[in-house]
Design a protein around this ligand. Structure first.
Ligand code: ATP
Ligand code: MG
Length: 387
């Protein structure tokens, strides 16, 4: 049997709600390791313990846990009775076959009633390890770190501390609707909000049959990928071509992109209301393209009543691309496609649209009917991880 001890930090700060957040994290961990023969999950003091049946695949468990937001780090551990002699023997035994020139013991005492302090425990265990291995103690650059946890009922030890992604458990901050396009930015924006504890509902606008289906296929791929962090996702595919056609028929070129964006926000907001989501997320970054000047961002967001959150607003394109590589969305986003916003628009759209001009242009359209059209015609797809 193997066990994993999971450590978190940020949720520990949320005093009143702490038990709720910890339990949410525990449930997310359970979802993450579905199909890997989990036998038990429980909250210990400031830690979560997962136990697995025989024949578990450590690499896969580790890969999955590294994606769970809220996890600071984790260790594969052995459980030992609360007795220093037994602990010492078991550690020395477990070192069989391991070669290392330097080590340190790092004890954390969740049970303050234990008769020895952490430094005393480190010293006693360290002495035994040194004797057995001949390795030297190195507090700063140890080749092997032996983590020991003293909890009220049991002690645990392990040899590695694998970093998690940090952040907050998905669901802790509520539900939001993410506008996802298939480009580089929106999947990174989605990831960053998930890391802040949001559960995402995805919305994609496509212009089939005016454009091909590539953007939809990319978005499916991206949502599938991001679902590994929230375990279940819903994607709304909104046919936008007819709406664009009507905008084009009534509105001069320079304002079209801003009008497209405002329609997207209205439709996304209708979906958000149905889904009880509290905000809209976009991948906009200040001044990255003409539609993202301060003037245009202001005019665009006036179409929504919910807050429009833009987690990338202050990031450079290169920083965004670097993060896309780190989180694994780069390859899919790099596939060439045609975004619906490029349909029927000029090379140089208005960079400083004025709300009066935009409202005047919209007065020639039936905005409510177009919003309803997008909302009603949306197709819904569900994603699960593991599939
Ligand atoms: P991205 O890389 O995310 O496509 P971008 O730099 O290409 O962003 P824009 O095309 O101006 O920027 O889009 C800005 C934001 O508007 C996107 O990040 C996304 O949140 C939203 N958006 C744009 N097009 C679509 C679409 N077809 N479906 C859903 N959301 C979209
Ligand atoms: Mg785009």
């Amino acid at each position: 049997m193997s066990s994993v001890l999971i450590r978190y930090h940020e949720i520990a700060l949320k005093k009143g709600n702490r038990p709720y957040f910890v339990d949410l994290l525990r449930r997310n961990l359970v979802s993450a390791v579905e199909g890997l023969s989990l036998t038990e999950s429980k909250n210990l003091q400031g830690r979560i313990l997962l136990s697995f049946g025989d024949g578990t695949n450590r690499e896969e468990i580790s890969r999955r846990l590294q994606r769970v937001f809220g996890v600071a780090n984790f260790s594969f551990v052995e459980r030992v009775p609360l007795d220093l002699t037994v602990l010492r023997e078991r550690i020395v035994q477990a070192l069989d076959g391991r070669h290392f020139a330097s080590f340190r013991v790092e004890t954390q005492r969740g049970d303050k009633n234990f008769p020895l302090t952490s430094p005393e425990i480190n010293r006693q265990l360290g002495g035994a390890v040194k004797e057995k291995s001949g390795a030297r103690v190195d507090l700063n650059h140890a080749e092997l770190t032996i983590c020991v946890e003293i909890l009220p009922r049991d002690a645990f030890f392990g040899f590695d501390r694998i970093p998690g992604p940090g952040g907050l458990p998905v669901g802790a901050s509520g539900r939001v609707v993410a506008l996802i396009s298939g480009g580089f930015d929106s999947p990174v924006a989605a990831y960053r909000m998930m890391q802040r504890g949001c559960r995402l509902i995805f919305v994609h606008f496509h212009s089939v049959p005016y454009l091909d289906k590539t953007s939809q296929e990319k978005v499916r791929e991206l949502v599938k990928f991001l679902t590994r962090h929230q375990f279940a996702s819903r994607l709304y595919l909104v046919p936008f071509g007819e709406i664009q056609r009507q905008i084009v028929a009534g509105v001069l070129r320079p304002l079209r992109v801003v009008l497209y964006r405002r329609m997207m926000l209205r439709i996304a907001e209708a979906i958000a209301k149905k889904e009880r989501a509290q905000a809209l997320i976009t991948g906009e970054s200040l001044a990255q393209v003409a539609s993202q000047t301060l003037e245009n961002l202001a005019v665009i967001e006036q179409a929504a009543t919910l807050p429009v959150l833009r987690p990338l607003v202050g990031m450079d394109k290169q920083e965004i691309i670097d993060q896309a590589r780190r989180i694994g969305t780069f390859e899919t986003s790099a596939v060439p496609d045609q975004d619906c916003c490029q349909l029927f628009v000029p090379r140089h759209p208005a960079t400083k649209s004025k709300i009066a001009d935009v409202e005047e242009a919209e007065s020639r359209l039936d905005v409510a009917a177009l919003t309803q059209l997008g909302f009603e015609k949306a197709e819904i797809e569900e994603f699960r991880f593991p599939a």
